[in-house]
Design a protein around this ligand. Structure first.
Ligand SMILES: Cc1cc2nc3c(=O)[nH]c(=O)nc-3n(C[C@H](O)[C@H](O)[C@H](O)COP(=O)(O)O)c2cc1C
Length: 206
């Protein structure tokens, strides 16, 4: 199921075009264990500076009795606005970035960059399996550090809501409108440059 209205200006891979941050999750449909494993495995195979693999994840599945408390803790960390819709997601995943290299304990200024790649790998794998993903930066970092004892050299980055897309009738009116709005992106000319900063690489587009 997809309500996404993506309108790429050039051919892109279907999974990239079909990924979007839906807020409507099917609250009754769990994620199969092997599909969840595939998403996390995709995250693990992301590239990273010096092969450091700085990403860390805290995962909880609402449908697993053992994990319900942990899932509730993840939900509690979210801002009220995010909680409003993320409460229907069967799986919540906190994404953290290690800020120091394992090898020599020096600061790793690519740790967050690499962790973002890993998170997107997870989301794209989810799309390819028919799942929806929605990353959220809106959460209480201190609460997260307290709950899980996250060390100071690890930076909590986001919480990903994961599940099958549901009917948008579960959403409040305002969010239902956002859900069906056309998606857009900034023009390439404002992002992709050539010989000088801000000189567009593609001159004929937009
Ligand atoms: C790091 C990060 C933080 C985000 N934080 C939130 C958030 O707190 N709440 C929310 O509803 N969406 C959040 N989003 C989703 C973005 O709003 C969304 O990715 C963006 O609008 C583009 O839409 P698309 O993902 O459908 O392409 C976040 C996305 C990222 C990557």
């Amino acid at each position: 199921m997809s309500r996404s209205q993506t309108n790429p200006k050039a051919e892109i891979d279907d999974h990239l075009a079909n990924r979007w941050s839906s807020r409507a999750f099917d609250p009754r449909r769990p994620i199969e264990r092997e599909r969840l494993l595939s998403c996390l495995e995709a995250a693990r195979w992301a590239p990273s500076c010096f092969g450091d693999e700085p990403w860390r994840f805290i995962v909880a599945d609402r449908f697993s009795e053992d994990e319900l408390d942990n899932w509730k803790n993840l939900l509690d960390c979210l801002t009220p606005k995010n909680r409003e819709w993320a409460q229907h997601a069967p799986v919540l995943i906190m994404v953290c970035a290690s800020t120091h290299f394992r090898q020599n304990d020096k600061p790793n200024r690519w740790g967050e960059y690499d962790t973002g790649q890993s998170a997107l790998s997870l989301c794209i794998q989810a799309t390819s399996l028919g799942l929806s993903s929605h990353q959220m930066g809106g959460f209480d970092e201190d609460m997260a550090r307290g709950h899980w004892g996250i060390p100071k050299e690890v930076q909590p980055m986001s919480i990903i809501a994961l599940g099958y897309m549901g009917d948008d009738s579960v959403l409040p009116d305002t969010l239902r409108e956002v859900e069906s709005a056309p998606r857009s992106r900034r023009p390439m000319s404002s992002l992709i440059f050539s010989d000088r900063w801000r000189t567009p690489y593609f001159r004929q587009e937009d």
